[in-house]
Design a protein around this ligand. Structure first.
Ligand code: NAD
Ligand SMILES: O=C(O)C(=O)C[C@@H](O)[C@H](O)[C@H](O)COP(=O)(O)O
Length: 535
């Protein structure tokens, strides 16, 4: 057990008020180490200083804090001088290493001095509080900065806004993607505020690529980028699959040329998977590769498309057949953007979530089962904290599955192909439906197809096939497709990127949470499985 957050900062910086609000937002208890010391010693702090001296006070303070760091799971506020004790500092560093958040509340000196003087009860500020406050600030500020892993500047913020910053950061989830160019996927409310940190100081110009339905989110990001000092070129692309074309890419290359984009500039892709695929493709190809960051706004883009570096466009030949493996510098999955996501697009994303459950993390399947009704009836205007936590966990788990596959096999030589479960037939459906079928829906049918094929060939039993059908339909996903002929589907499955020569290759389950390659299956099984998804 350890605190959700520990607040440090100068007297008067608002630790008690902001810490209390942060605890309320996180629905946990708030503690102030000074009040604990007084309760433990049955004595007010000025008297402890007077009778036992500062050294003894710091020893007691350190004991109290260490107890809380090991036995309290709320928000803890520390006295301003606490981090000056070496033992306390090293315990706080250990706490950070164990995943904790030490927040330095950096307040405007004049405001803090006024507050500290009003409060009294501060022996180190007695007589000429302002001068003493400034002297202590000069001694402590750098130590606070070095120690904290979150700095909240309180100037211009209400206590509740500062508390919200803390709660958002504590609730943030981070999935690390390894490889030659490692990066982090941050998941949480307002994580888009990290954008300037992820982009760094090198880029001068940013091409912000987005679609119209996410205009309000791109307005926010554009303002944020401009405030951080970047020159922003705003690029609106046609929505959904219409944006994933060579013509759209060409239009953007032209624009980047006109605006003088160089290798030190960057792209930000904001929107659903189509927008992030296209933005990544533009970044991968402009001057043979410039930095890009993805800000996914649909569930599917958050759990899948934005991570892993598969960038690309569709062509006459088929879906995603032209593209590049090119990793982003970071991914910011800001959950607040789900507040405008239509129900059908949210539900579609559950297809890729379920896929990750079937192929690796069966806990995902259990969460989907337990919350099927809430997820199926997702309403962007009614995301309560409980549902948001469920969605955040599903995103974290799904991205973790993805990272296990892409970290060691970026270019899809083997293991990464397992992420393509359900996609062999799924992509064929998308193409035959002229991309009017949503990707996640097509993948759902494709998974039922792959399960039927595995069952026909003896890899899995009937129950597991039925489980695919019951789980996917309980989430509102389609489980059959009746609008095309087998020959057309077969021809497209032969063009799938997993195929080798004339040999069809599939990904199938041999048990829940475990997948294997299936090469060159018998033609009658391939056709029989197709008949079964037509029902
Ligand atoms: N690169 C990969 O690894 C990968 C993985 C999975 C899928 N994909 C690709 O992703 C695409 C599918 O992604 P998708 O399902 O996000 O579809 P999409 O990008 O077409 O988005 C669906 C619709 O939702 C809108 N939208 C997105 N976020 C919104 C929000 N917060 N509020 C309101 N509207 C919003 C979009 O503008 C669009 O109209 C496909 O092209 C698929 O091939 C790529
Ligand atoms: O990241 C991967 O690898 C995947 O296969 C993830 C898929 O869910 C995703 O739909 C991807 O776009 C499919 O890629 P493709 O190479 O089959 O076009």
């Amino acid at each position: 057990m350890q605190p959700k957050a520990v607040l440090i900062g100068m007297p008067g910086s608002g630790k008690t008020r902001i810490g209390g609000d942060a605890a309320t937002l996180m629905n946990v208890e708030f503690r102030d180490s000074d009040i604990e010391i007084e309760a433990r010693e049955h004595m007010k702090i000025p008297r402890i200083f007077e009778e036992r001296g500062e050294k003894e006070f710091r020893r007691i303070e350190s004991e109290v804090i260490i107890d809380d760091l090991h036995g309290f799971d709320g928000v803890l506020s520390l006295g301003g001088g606490a981090p000056m004790t070496e033992r306390t500092r090293s315990e706080l560093s250990r706490y950070i290493a164990a995943g904790g958040t030490v927040v330095y509340l950096d307040a405007d000196p004049n405001e803090a001095i006024a507050r500290a003087s009003r409060a009294g009860n501060r022996p180190l500020l007695a007589d000429d509080a302002a001068r003493k406050w400034r002297r202590l600030y000069a001694e402590r500020h750098d130590i606070y900065v070095d120690l904290a892993n979150l700095i909240v500047h309180t100037k211009g913020k209400t206590p509740m806004q500062a508390a919200q910053n803390i709660a958002d950061t504590v609730n943030e989830r981070v999935v690390h993607v390894d490889g030659t160019d490692p990066y982090d996927v941050r998941i949480g409310s307002h994580v888009v505020n990290h954008l300037a940190d992820v982009l760094g100081s090198a880029p001068v110009r940013i091409a912000l690529i987005h679609t119209t339905p996410v205009q309000r989110h791109s307005d926010r990001v554009r303002a944020l980028l401009r405030r951080a000092g970047y020159e922003v070129t705003d690029i609106t692309i046609p929505d959904a699959e219409a944006g994933k074309t060579i013509e759209v890419a060409n239009g953007i290359w032209k624009r980047l040329g006109e605006e003088g984009f160089t290798r030190s500039d960057a792209v930000v892709g904001l929107g659903g998977g189509a927008a992030t695929d296209l933005a990544g493709f533009v970044a991968a190809t402009w001057m043979r590769g410039i930095t890009y960051v993805n800000c996914p706004t649909s569930l599917l883009a958050m759990v899948d498309a934005s991570t892993g570096g598969k960038t690309g466009i569709n062509t006459e030949a088929g879906k995603n057949l032209v593209g590049s493996f090119y990793t982003p510098a970071g991914v910011l999955a800001d959950l607040t953007t789900l507040g405008s996501l239509p129900n059908d697009i949210f539900v579609e994303g559950l297809g890729e979530v379920a896929k990750s459950g079937f192929i690796e993390d069966t806990e995902i399947l259990r969460i989907l089962e337990d919350h099927a009704e809430q997820l199926r009836t997702f309403d962007p205007n009614a995301i309560d904290p409980e549902l948001e936590a469920v969605i955040a966990e599903l995103i974290e788990r799904t991205v973790t599955v993805k990272s296990h596959h892409v970290s060691t096999d970026l270019k899809e030589k083997g293991k990464r192909e397992f992420l393509n479960y359900g996609h062999t037939m799924g992509h064929a459906i998308e193409k035959l439906e002229h991309f009017r079928w949503r990707h996640g829906n097509a993948v759902a049918v494709g998974m039922v197809y792959a399960a039927e094929l595995a069952n026909i060939l003896g890899y899995i039993d009937r129950d597991l096939v039925d489980y695919h059908r019951s789980l996917l339909s309980s989430l509102g996903l389609p489980i059959s497709w009746n609008d095309g002929g087998f020959e057309d589907v077969l021809a497209l499955m032969h063009k799938d990127k997993k195929a080798r020569g004339n040999m069809l290759r599939f990904v199938v389950l041999d048990r829940p949470g475990h997948v294997v390659h299936l090469e060159n299956p018998p033609a009658d099984a391939v056709e029989e499985a197709f008949r079964r998804v037509q029902r």
